[in-house]
Design a binder for this molecule. Sequence first.
Ligand SMILES: *Cc1c(COP(=O)(O)O)cnc(C)c1O
Length: 371
Amino acid sequence: MGALELALVKEAFATNWIAPLGPHVDGFERELAAYVGVPHAAALSSGTAALHLALRLVGLQRGDEVLCSTFTFSASANPIAYEGATPVFIDSENTSWNMDPGLLAEELDSCAALGRLPRAVIVVDLYGQSADYAPILDACAKYAVPVIQDSAEALGATYRGAAVGQQGHFAVFSFNGNKIITTSGGGMLVAKDAALIERARFLATQARDPAPHYQHSAIGFNYRMSNVLAGIGRGQLSVLPQRIAARRTNFQSYRAALGDVPGISFMPIRPDSEPNYWLTCIMIDPEKFGASREDVRLALEAHHIESRPLWKPLHLQPVFASSRVRGGALSEGLFERGLCLPSGSSLSPDDLNRICALILETPRSLAAPDL
Ligand SMILES: *Cc1c(COP(=O)(O)O)cnc(C)c1O
C-alpha cells in the first residue's frame, strides 16, 4: 500500500459509506476510465465477475462457443462454463506469448464455414503484455464477433501507443492481491458504450428494476465493489506509475544478470508494445543451461524463495479436457520450460542479486550437491 490508501479508507469510515456503491466507487470508475482512455467503467467484486458480465452483455447463450487464449489462468475461461457455453482454445504466438492472430483467423473461418460462429473472443494480455490487436480485431470484424480483453494482468501496458483496454468491445481488469495494484479483491469492466456499462451495473446489483419495492425482471448478481475497497483502489491507482517502474527495474536487473547466459531466454517483448512488467518470466533450455526449469525452481524453494512454472495451458487442464484447441504446441513448450521469477514491487537490489546467484549456481550444485 502507498500513503494515500489509508486516508481514503478513513474518509469512507468518516462519512459512513461502508456499502457497495458510494463516492469512492464513482471516483474509482471515473479515474480508472480516464487512465485507460475509455469513457465508461463499472467497479466490480473481481476480474472474474467482470468477465462473466461481459459474456452476459454479448448475449452468451447455453450451448454457444467462445474462443479464448489457451495460455492463461483458468479464470479467463471459467465464466464461459458458468453460462453453459463451451470454450474453444487458441494457441499463442512467439512474439508476445499471447493469442496467435493467424490461428484465430483460421478458427473463425472454419467456424463460419460450419455456420456456427462463436459468441465472442476472449483475448488475454498475459504477464502484463498486450496481445497483437490489429490483426485480431480484423479477423473478428470480418464476422462481427465481439472482442473481450482479459487485461487482468496488464493495467498500465500499451499497444501501439494506446493503453491496453481501449482495443476491444470490453476490457476487464483485476485488483486481486497478486496483481500490479490491488484492492485486496476487485475488478473493473470498461467499454466505450455507456448503455452496456449501465447494464453491467444493473446486473451487478441484483438486477433491481426502478420501483419503490423490490422488483426484478432479470436474474442478477451481487458483483459490485464496496466503497471501502474502491477507496483503496483510488490510492493504488495513484501509485501505479511507481509500481510499473519498480517492476521494470526487476526485469532489467534479471536481464542484466541472466540475459547472456546460454540456455536462458526472456519473455519476448513486442517492439510496438510496452508491458507493465507485472512478472518477469524466463525460459530454461536444460541442455544448454545444465539444469531444468524444475531444478531451478526447487533450488530457489530450498532457500525459501517462491517461483512458479508458467501457466499450464487450459487445453491441458482436466476440467477443459473435452474442449477443442487450435494449435497448442507453443504454449505446451512454454509450460514445460518457463519460470515466473519473484517479481514483487518491493524487491531490493540485494534480493535480486541473491536470486540471480542461486539460479546461476544451480547447474553446479546439481553436479556437486551440498552435503
Ligand atoms: C487474475 C486474473 C483473472 C481473474 O481476476 P480476479 O480478480 O482474481 O477474479 C482473470 N484472468 C487473468 C489472466 C488473471 O490473471
